[in-house]
Every structure is written in structure tokens, then in C-alpha cells.
Design a protein around this ligand. Structure first.
Ligand SMILES: NC(=O)c1ccc[n+]([C@@H]2O[C@H](COP(=O)([O-])OP(=O)(O)OC[C@H]3O[C@@H](n4cnc5c(N)ncnc54)[C@H](OP(=O)(O)O)[C@@H]3O)[C@@H](O)[C@H]2O)c1
Length: 260
């Protein structure tokens, strides 16, 4: 049976990649395509006989699951609309503030939700590899997390870089807030024992490259992932949408979807 999907952020880079995948597959059908209020594309055809809308209620009408790749400013209203409509949700939006994460956890008690700052199967596996490395190597090894993305990406560090940091800190029994070291102009680049450093590049068309480096004075180990195509995130988001069918309320991660 085709799964009826509402796409939130349907005119964005990820939204367009998802629209194409849904149009080319018999496994999914577009139930609704939400865009920014007042967007020029409202009323234009999206696919499967569905037009772009800026009304969350009509985008969610008849949907079995929603997939949200928008921006943090759209997050609260999208989340509330899905809760009110009772439509399970896959969220890929990054750059969420801490009160938004709290809200997400609250909604997860009433609705099945998958949230991941990176939907790719390879990155989900890399998260686990980073946890194993952090546990085995300990705080003697400096950690530096580098994320490289296209010139339009707004959040720095990337949600994926922060998630690597959270997991490495947790594997070492620490909170990321206590050990994070953000690099940038005018900041002192002093490294503390057990510190987790973040560096970022925003240039060109890079879809997403992450490098996690564990370095001692005598050796360096790097875990590296590069998404060469947005299909890496699209495939994961559609897999998460299918996995949500019939699921109990909860806030799930891609690791749950993949059974890792
Ligand atoms: N989790 C993952 O695997 C993953 C992978 C890639 C990207 N991301 C994240 O996903 C998000 C989207 O990325 P992107 O590259 O597709 O960005 P994008 O091209 O800027 O797309 C964002 C879309 O959201 C739309 N939007 C803004 N406010 C809205 C609202 N109130 N209601 C509905 N739609 C609204 C924008 O509309 P307009 O075009 O009219 O401005 C735009 O189409 C970002 O947070 C990015 O970091 C996550």
C-alpha cells in the first residue's frame, strides 16, 4: 500500500528532493505539500495531483505521516499542527533551540516522532562508531569535529556535528555544554583536556561532509562521512516514515529505525 505523506517545507532543497523521490515511487503518494505562508508557489501543482499550500491543516488532511525539512522558525507551528491532526512526524530540521527540543520531547509522549539531525544510514552508523571510539580512547585523545556544507546552510555547527559531540561527551560521562570548544575568529584556540572542538566550513555546493578526529600525541583516528547526494537523507526520511506506521507514541532516532 502506498503511504500517504505530507511534506512540510516542500519548496526547499530537501523538499524538492523528496518530492522527486515520491513522484518516482509507487510506495509513497503525496497527500500534502506545505510551503512558507504567502509563498509564490501556493496553488501550483506539486505532484500526485496535489498543489502546494501554506495551510498546515489542508497539507495534513488525509496524510498518514508528515516529513518536515523546514527551518527552526517553522518548527513550533508544524509540530503543533501534526499533534492536533494526530499525524506521526519525521523531522529533519536542524538548528533547533533548547526549548524546541524540550517541546519535541513533550510531543513525543503523545505522538510517534522520529527526529534526527542526519537521516543518512551512513551517518547513523558513524554516530555509533564515534561512541565506541570515545569510550575506548578516553579523554587523553583530543576530539575535533569538522563539518563542511554548501554556502546556503544557516546553522553552525551543523546539527550532525553537535550530535556527534553529544554522543562523544555522553560516552565519556560528560555533558557537551561543559566540554564544547567552538572555533572562530577572535576566539582563543586553547585546547583543554577532554574538550570537544568544533570547526566548520560553509562554501560552494558541498551536500554535507563530517570528520570526527581523535588525536593523541602519537596517533590520529578519523571517522569520516560524506553525503555526495541529498538522496542519502531522502532515503532515510522515507524509511523512517514507513517505520512509523502503527508505532506507539515516542521520540525515536534513526538508530531505532535501523535497529542499531
Ligand atoms: N536531518 C537531515 O538529514 C537533514 C539533511 C539536510 C538538511 N537538513 C535540514 O533540513 C532543513 C531544510 O534544509 P534545506 O536545505 O531543504 O533548506 P531550504 O532549502 O532553506 O528549505 C527550507 C524550506 O522551508 C520552508 N519554510 C520556511 N518557513 C516555513 C513555514 N513556516 N512553513 C512551511 N515551510 C517553511 C522554506 O520556504 P521558502 O523557500 O519559501 O523560504 C524552504 O522551502 C534545514 O534545517 C537543514 O539543516 C537536515
Amino acid at each position: 500500500m502506498s503511504l500517504r505523506i505530507a511534506l512540510l517545507g516542500a519548496s526547499g532543497r530537501m523538499g524538492q528532493a523528496l518530492l522527486q523521490a515520491i513522484a518516482e515511487s509507487d510506495d509513497y503518494v503525496l497527500a500534502g505539500a506545505l510551503v512558507r505562508p504567502g509563498s509564490q508557489v501556493v496553488g501550483e501543482p506539486a505532484c500526485d495531483g496535489t498543489a502546494f499550500t501554506d495551510q498546515p491543516v489542508s497539507a495534513l488532511d488525509g496524510a498518514e505521516v508528515a516529513i518536515d525539512f523546514t527551518l527552526p522558525e517553522a518548527f513550533n507551528s508544524n509540530l503543533m499542527a501534526c499533534l492536533e491532526a494526530g499525524v506521526p512526524l519525521v523531522i529533519g530540521t536542524t538548528g533547533l533551540a533548547s526549548p524546541q527540543m524540550t517541546r519535541l520531547r513533550d510531543v513525543g509522549r503523545k505522538l510517534p516522532v522520529v527526529w534526527s539531525p542526519n537521516m543518512s544510514v551512513g551517518v547513523t552508523l558513524s554516530f555509533r562508531l564515534a561512541e565506541i571510539a570515545a569510550k575506548a580512547l578516553g579523554p587523553e585523545y583530543d576530539v575535533e569535529i569538522l563539518d563542511e556544507h554548501h554556502r546556503y546552510k544557516r546553522d553552525v555547527p551543523s546539527g550532525t556535528a553537535l550530535e556527534f559531540g553529544e554522543r562523544i561527551a555522553a560516552a565519556r560521562g560528560r555533558k557537551l555544554d561543559d566540554v564544547a570548544e567552538f572555533r572562530g575568529p577572535g576566539k582563543r584556540h586553547q585546547r583543554h583536556r577532554g574538550g570537544i572542538g568544533f570547526s566548520a566550513v560553509r562554501a560552494g555546493a558541498e551536500v554535507g561532509r563530517h570528520t570526527v578526529m581523535f588525536a593523541s600525541e602519537s596517533e590520529t583516528i578519523s571517522i569520516r562521512h560524506r553525503a555526495s547526494h541529498r538522496g542519502a537523507f531522502v532515503d532515510g526520511a522515507l524509511r523512517a516514515a514507513r517505520w512509523l506506521e502503527g508505532r506507539q507514541p515516542g521520540l525515536y532516532a534513526m538508530a531505532d529505525v535501523l535497529g542499531l
